[in-house]
Design a protein around this ligand. Structure first.
Ligand code: ADP
Length: 223
């Protein structure tokens, strides 16, 4: 199973990425975690990206593309799939990752989109800030991260929709419910991707399921 996770800050990428990785026994590569680790160790790379992280801005594309290339090559050598969490974050990264993955014959089976509205995201991030004290979880920086997501990350979803590998999930519910829905969708896709060529796949939108269970509609729309 080869998964890209695309979601606004606070939607639960880290939690759900770890769940998917454990379930399918595949590596979970979270670019944000790796970059924070570099900053904590004050490596050369860490010092170069520190200000971007503090401000909630994207680090240069080449930095994350190097991380992705290494992760995909490692997964290929190990004969596993992967969960890439937090990447791609703009259309240039999306295209470059597709090229890298094509070269390695490791293109994604699924672009998993977690959707949630800004009010809920800010609430979750501020709650997490009180517990973990991540330096980019202040209200100002959270606003910047959300704006970056809306402006440059959210628009890439349509590209995955056209490729027929987009799965959207309503992430406004408790983590366990979201996780169950993700695993159920990935299980179905897992068998499907073995038999259906990429060009013949369709977008899967599960975000309306909330309505059927009496939840309000999510409103993860740009702007
Ligand atoms: P969140 O989604 O909550 O903002 P992440 O841990 O995924 O948290 O990312 C934290 C920070 O790491 C981002 O604000 C950005 O500075 C940097 N980052 C992570 N992934 C990327 C990426 N693919 N491209 C550019 N910057 C990234």
């Amino acid at each position: 199973m080869r998964v890209l996770m695309i979601a606004p800050p606070g939607a639960g990428k880290g939690t759900q990425g770890a769940l998917i990785a454990a379930y399918f026994s595949i590596p979970h590569v979270a670019t944000g975690d790796l970059l924070r680790d570099h900053v904590a160790r004050q490596s050369e790379l860490g010092r170069a990206v520190q200000t971007h992280l503090q401000r909630g801005e994207l680090v240069p594309d080449q930095v994350v593309l190097d991380i992705v290339r290494l992760a995909l090559a490692t997964a290929k050598a190990a004969g596993t799939g992967y969960v890439l969490d937090g990447v791609p974050r703009n259309i240039e990264q999306a295209r470059a990752i597709y090229r890298i993955a094509l070269e390695l014959d490791m293109t994604a089976d699924v672009a998993l989109h977690l959707q949630a509205d800004d009010g809920e995201l800010v609430r979750r991030l501020l709650a997490r800030a009180a517990l973990e004290g991540r330096s980019d979880d202040t209200e100002d920086v959270i606003r910047t991260r959300l704006r970056v997501y809306r402006e440059v990350t959210h628009p890439i979803l349509s590209w995955y929709g056209q490729r027929g590998i987009l799965v959207s999930v309503d992430a406004m519910r408790p983590a366990e419910a979201v996780g169950r829905e993700i695993l159920a969708a990935l299980e179905v896709l897992h068998s499907l991707t073995e038999h259906v060529p990429e060009q013949a796949r369709r977008t899967i939108d599960l975000t309306g399921l909330g309505d059927a269970f009496g939840h309000p509609s999510p409103s993860d729309t740009p702007g």
